[in-house]
Design a protein around this ligand. Structure first.
Ligand code: MN
Ligand code: MN
Length: 296
């Protein structure tokens, strides 16, 4: 009998089931298990690890790019030590993490957590156009007397980058005052209805035209942009969303060498049977191979 029981494997689950050396990596992935401002269904703090577990159990080949995610150099940094109840400090830690990753010339990939964590990216990456795929504008000045709420994240990002550097895609859930504010301020957006009517071809042309002069591009995907039929495990599900295929086909056209990072947020895995986390990991595989292809 061996001294060590060799059936036991106490390795943590890395995203994709593997981990390359940091020094050698092109992508640095990390989670932010924070959901303290959730207003409807909390639970996105469990998103990062649920996505990791799903990612280690699905296949990795991308038919869109002809690249195997497993061949990419991805380092999983683990999760940021968040401070529950202190959104400002948590955002500061996210910003520090992104700055560290940028200083080593790797592409940050952030797993939320609630959408507020994207503000950390905006604080760390300047002169960058943020493209948010979301059922919501997230442009309230404050929500429930809180300026650091998931419902205000794109307003705060706009304050960091300027209103010409935010673009919202897939919007369908809002209210009159926000729509008036968006129109008065010339915020650029496409509703989910626009995307569904136009399809991947015209939608991506619209987006590319608006990104023509962008120096850097950051993509933020709030999982609730996807129809709840495909992604029910989110904090604020909204009917009449887009399909994952449409989103990925648009991204396939839009992603180029200017993309400096992306996040996928708002997966709350306890509201479904695991399908939203599986879809999230698949989307991350696809997007990473698109960025890899664009950087060649
Ligand atoms: Mn959002
Ligand atoms: Mn949303």
């Amino acid at each position: 009998m061996p001294d060590t029981p060799f059936y036991l494997d106490s390795q943590p689950v890395y995203f994709g089931g593997f981990k390359r050396e940091y020094a050698d990596a092109d992508f640095a992935l990390f989670g932010v298990p924070f959901d303290c401002t959730s207003s409807y269904r909390p639970g996105s703090r469990f998103g990062p690890d649920a996505i990791r577990e799903a990612s280690a159990n699905i296949e990795t080949w991308s038919w869109r790019t002809g690249i195997d995610f497993e061949d990419l150099k991805v380092h999983d940094l683990g999760n940021v030590a968040v401070v529950y109840g202190d959104a400002a400090e948590t955002i500061r830690r996210v910003a520090d993490t992104i700055e560290d990753i940028n200083s080593t010339r790797k592409v940050p990939v952030m797993l939320g957590g609630e959408h507020l964590v994207t503000l950390g990216s905006a604080k760390a990456i300047k002169d960058c156009t943020f493209v948010s795929f979301d059922a919501h504008f997230d442009l309230r000045d404050e929500y429930l007397s809180n300026k650091l709420s998931h419902a205000c994240v794109m307003r705060r990002v706009m304050e960091e980058e300027g209103k010409e550097r935010i673009i919202l895609c897939g919007v369908r859930a809002t209210f009159g005052e926000e729509v008036r504010w968006v129109k008065e301020n010339g915020i650029r957006y496409m509703t989910s209805r626009d995307l569904l009517r136009e399809g991947a071809g015209s939608s991506s042309l619209w987006l590319k035209e608006r990104l023509k002069n962008a120096e850097k591009i950051y993509i933020s995907i709030d999982m609730d942009v996807i129809d709840p039929a495909y992604a029910p495990g989110v904090g604020n599900p909204e009917p009449e969303g887009i399909s994952p295929t449409l989103l990925l086909d648009i991204l396939g056209e839009v992603i180029d060498g200017r993309v400096v990072g992306f996040d996928l947020v708002e997966v709350a895995p306890h509201y479904d049977n695991g399908r939203t986390a599986i879809l999230a990991s698949k989307m991350i595989f696809e997007i990473c191979t698109m960025i890899k292809q664009a950087r060649h």
